[in-house]
Write a protein that binds this ligand. Structure first.
Ligand SMILES: [Zn+2]
Length: 133
């Protein structure tokens, strides 16, 4: 579920990027064709601007548990700090130890984030830190 703090954003629907069938928000892949990339359409209720975003996730069994090993989010995103639309490309690649975050303001073209580093370095800091078993 997408929950937006200011409630300006209305979540519309997510579709399979291949066969265009509706993919549920909680599903990682399309039930019809198995494609793992979905396009998400959102709109801002006051301006009716439609935005498109695609997300993909790859899971693998690690120690008998299904874990997300690859995550990508590309497209339009609402950046709350600046209260404006931005372009986002975020990749969390646990298999190749890569973390990429690129965010650019769509209006001003200002680059807000431009990070590429080993994932374990990223996890070692701040909120992404997780307790080891
Ligand atoms: Zn499909």
């Amino acid at each position: 579920m997408l929950i937006y703090e200011n409630r300006e954003m209305a979540y519309i629907k997510s579709f399979c990027s291949k066969c265009k069938k509706i993919v549920k928000e909680n599903d990682d892949f399309c039930k019809s064709c198995g494609n793992r990339t979905k396009n998400i359409y959102m709109k801002l209720t006051d301006s009716f601007s439609l935005s498109e975003q695609s997300r993909s996730k790859k899971r693998k069994e690690v120690d008998g548990k299904q874990k997300v090993v690859y995550e990508q989010k590309t497209g339009d995103d609402f950046y709350h700090k600046e209260k404006s639309w931005s372009f986002i490309n975020r990749i969390i690649d646990r298999e190749n130890n890569i973390y990429i975050k690129f965010i650019q303001d769509k209006k001003t073209k200002k680059i807000l984030w431009d990070i590429k580093k080993p994932l374990d370095e990223h996890i070692g800091h701040g909120s992404a830190k997780r307790k080891k078993r």
